[in-house]
Design a protein around this ligand. Structure first.
Ligand code: IMP
Ligand code: MG
Length: 175
């Protein structure tokens, strides 16, 4: 089994507990408001569906998809599938799988802010601060992680492992 080459960093239970806590925190901080959850495909998919069900407020969900160009072209991000709805005047919560250098998030925030939401905050499942180049304000973070490549719970290595129920460290040379 491929899973044997992946060392667990956060178990399914740890993830579910943390997501429930984030949902409770968001529910209390957004009390009386309506949220638009903006989910960044594909990595945020399971995080989005779990977190959404832990938020007990009126809530809409929308999705966008991006592609980033690899090594040496950091910061070059392109929207390949845009939101379906207009976010002007809405309380938007952007859901990201992982913030690494911060280039992707910086691009997304700039793009979404230009559409004049009432508010825009970020909820990132994982934060790898060791590699941050762009300083960004992450309002909600699931877990901080060390400088290791991770997969599972939506995160991929070459499009594999997204369906693992845990988050683990993968060593590509061992696959
Ligand atoms: P950034 O622009 O450097 O912050 O890159 C963030 C994006 O790179 C994330 O949204 C992921 O899609 C991808 N990424 C960064 N680190 C990892 C990882 O450890 N596993 C899987 N994807 C990652
Ligand atoms: Mg991503």
């Amino acid at each position: 089994m491929l899973e044997h080459k992946i060392e667990t960093l956060f178990s399914e239970q740890q993830i579910q507990d943390r997501v429930a806590a984030l949902g409770a925190e968001i529910t209390s901080q957004y009390s009386g408001r309506e949220i638009v959850l903006v989910s960044v495909l594909r990595g945020s998919i399971f995080f989005t569906t779990d977190l959404a069900r832990r938020i007990t407020l009126p809530l809409a969900m929308d999705f966008l998809s991006i592609s980033s160009y690899g090594e040496g072209s950091e910061g070059v991000v392109r929207i390949t599938k845009d939101l379906e709805e207009n976010i002007a005047g809405k309380d938007v919560l952007l859901l990201e799988d992982i913030v690494d250098t911060g280039f992707t998030l910086k691009y997304l925030l700039r793009t979404l802010l230009s559409r004049n939401p009432k508010s825009l905050e970020v909820c990132a499942l994982l934060d790898r601060r060791a590699r941050r180049i762009i300083d960004l304000d992450l309002k909600y973070v699931g877990f901080e992680i060390p400088d290791k490549f991770v997969v599972g719970y939506g995160l991929d290595y070459k499009q594999q492992f997204r369906n693992l129920r845990f988050i683990g460290v993968v060593q590509p040379d061992k696959l």
